[in-house]
Design a protein around this ligand. Structure first.
Ligand SMILES: [Zn+2]
Length: 142
């Protein structure tokens, strides 16, 4: 299903890895890096409450998991607020995981639709994402 994009990433990584623009990606074995992650839909084929429970279960598991395995929750920070609305007592643990890189989220507040919003809406989405990340304990540069 996602073979083509992964192959293209692998080829571009392979070219970058060799440092030689003339090197054919097919002449060497590509190196593929996969970061443990999820893509999060707040509501889709199940009601929001079902997805919220899955989110809480996932983050509960990650907070209790192996410390040296980073996990990218998604490109949207709103899921941190969704989690903390259910588990406010785990705010300090979540903040620590965000600070030490064990968990990553954002930078968007919600995943942007590239076709509908204006440029200003995209910027405001990023700013709201920064606020949500900061409020969850993630240190924000600049
Ligand atoms: Zn989706």
């Amino acid at each position: 299903m996602h073979t083509e994009p992964i192959r293209r990433i692998a080829e571009s990584s392979a070219r970058f890895y060799t440092g030689d623009a003339m090197t054919s990606a097919s002449a060497i074995d590509p190196i593929v890096f996969v970061l443990r992650h999820t893509h999060w839909d707040r509501e889709w084929y199940q009601p929001e409450s079902v997805f919220r429970k899955r989110l809480v279960d996932l983050i509960d598991e990650l907070l209790g998991g192996t410390p040296n395995e980073p996990f990218l929750l998604d490109g949207q920070a709103i899921l941190l607020r969704d989690y903390l609305a259910v588990r406010p007592e785990r705010a300090a643990e979540l903040a620590k995981a965000l600070q030490n890189g064990r968990l990553e989220a954002g930078p968007w507040y919600v995943l942007p639709d590239e076709l509908i919003p204006s440029g200003e809406a995209l910027v405001r989405n990023l700013l709201a994402g920064r606020r949500a990340l900061a409020s969850a304990g993630r240190r924000i540069a600049g």
